[in-house]
Design a protein around this ligand. Sequence first.
Ligand code: ADP
Ligand code: G6P
Length: 481
Amino acid sequence: MSKTIIISNRLPLQLQIDNKKIKATPSVGGLATGMKSVHRDSNGIWIGWTGLTEEEIPADLRDEVVDATIKEQCVPVSLSEEDIDGFYYGFSNRTIWPLFHYFMEYTEFEKESWQSYVEVNEKYAEVVLDNIEEGDTVWVHDYQLMLLPALIKKERPDVQIGFFLHIPFPSYEVFRTLPWREEILKGLLGSDLIGFHTYDYQRHFLSSVSRILRHEVSFNEITLKDRIVTVNSYPMGIDYDKFSEAAAKHDAAKNQSELQRRLDLHIDSTPDAKMILSIDRLDYSKGIANRIRAYEYFLEKYPEFKEKVRLVMLAVPSRSNVPQYQLLKKEVDELVGRINGKFASVSWTPIWYFYRSMPFENLIDLYTTCEVALLTPIRDGMNLVAKEYVATRTDKKGVLILSEMAGAAQEMSEALIINPNNFEEIADALKQAIEMPEAEQIKRNKFLQKRLKRYNVEKWANDFMTSLKDTAHKSDIVKAI
Ligand code: ADP
Ligand code: G6P
């Protein structure tokens, strides 16, 4: 039976060695959480990295690694420490990630890390080619694997290949600064279908293809000698039912976790106070430092809200070997310390800051308890947290404040949309959110929930796979001409 092969740098499970045993935890990030449910409902396999390097896995635990991944229909790609340094911490996260999020000043162009990126993409290609069977479909994900489609197509022109980019594709003027811009575009054009979260990212990509490679480009098609590559936007959804059902169950059986007890204590001691939530990986693209400064400005501009609000901020550790992430950690620690020191009273701490990963149940505790979500990315491909927050508001109360720089803002116009660099606007949006009448909150969330339920992650994956199947037909026509 033919199957779909999903490939991403990270598998949906992360392996660690705990007490000489292999322990698996879920991966964090939009790609992993979103694709997990698509994978669960398919009979396919998922190829990717386990989070452990070759050097970290002792010989006697190698079988355990394979067992832990097979159980989840996953196939591990073995990467060395050197690979992780050059490919992951290097080219993926010091070149592509900052460049594609418009952080030019953080972008490094290092030939060695580019070479490692090429080699690791080739390693992925080997594993994929070993696992492809007649009639299979391949779906490659994200910026770490942009050379993979062409590497597979070269060996298996018969296989339909889809590629989805989970981060923004930058404008031509930014993309053109990359010394390996041609190689990246050619790698991607090994696909039959290339998907983006928004029409703008699609437009930027097409413009780069036409100006750099000089291919003939129409509205959403690129004509190559022997094939047509289709390009389209597919805004990724969430597993809506999973979040709304978890929230409904949570409401019915409260006070289970330590975190929930602490959150409830806050409500009991200050019943009319509001909690403002933010959840992100600790990443400079998420605008965490900006958010804290804007919150400080809000407390200064509207002092009547002192003791009446609390910012609950969950930052999940991420890519901590990259210097910019270490600097951000330091900056956030200092900002939180400074603002808590400046405003706190005996009975009130303005910011509760958690720097750790939390289990799903705790995410639900936070989503369901906080009346306002404040998400202020400077650039974000989509931002699934915004969608998850709305999905968990079972009574339809709660206000989402969302940056216009997040892909999600294009589908969530009923949220309070802000410019993350405009503190005045953020402070006013916070005031508006806190004072918003319940009827208006319900009205806004009703529209948002309806849309999120309909365009869930299953629909997103089905739309993409249906378009991918259609591309086979288009290429047959080109061959016939
Ligand atoms: P990004 O993909 O850039 O990290 P998104 O907002 O699109 O940003 O996705 C973040 C995802 O990570 C969400 O699906 C969220 O539920 C998930 N997540 C956040 N914190 C945790 C955590 N502690 N454990 C597991 N998943 C988490
Ligand atoms: C974003 C990226 C994913 C990545 C995730 C977590 O969602 O689009 O490709 O997996 O962040 O980042 P990490 O570097 O830990 O895999």
